[in-house]
Write a protein that binds this ligand. Structure first.
Ligand SMILES: [Cu+2]
Length: 122
């Protein structure tokens, strides 16, 4: 009897895995990144990748911007609401310090707002 139960539990777990990965809740089209303060953001082909970043509110964080786009417009990244800006060197990682801030959505963009992203502090 115990063996049957174990088998049933095993089958249910397999079904749960299948449900989660193939049939499960629709993933959002926007790529949200897991919370970490060591994120790399690729600046290339007119987009920040990822363009949606989630970080814990109320603590500082460091973002690594890796710029591969030679266009001068992408040279600066601006977080207007956080009063943060950084000049990005081409083909290099540039560390951008995010200060402690209240929970909320903080857009970031290049100089002409061609590149756009959102930092969510939560
Ligand atoms: Cu731009």
């Amino acid at each position: 009897m115990a063996e049957v139960l174990v088998n049933i539990v095993g089958v249910l777990m397999i079904l749960a895995v299948i449900w989660w990965f193939w049939l499960g809740p629709k993933r959002s089209a926007s790529k949200a990144t897991p919370s970490t303060d060591n994120l790399q953001i690729l600046v290339k082909d007119g987009v920040y990748e990822p363009d949606l970043i989630r970080l814990p509110a109320g603590r500082t964080a460091t973002l690594h911007f890796h710029r591969e786009d030679p266009s001068p417009c992408s040279e600066w990244v601006l977080f207007p609401d956080l009063e943060v800006s950084a000049q990005l060197s081409l083909n290099q990682d540039t560390l951008v310090e995010i200060p402690k801030a209240e929970p909320g959505e903080y857009p970031f963009n290049c100089q002409m707002q061609m590149y756009r992203g959102t930092l969510i502090l939560e």
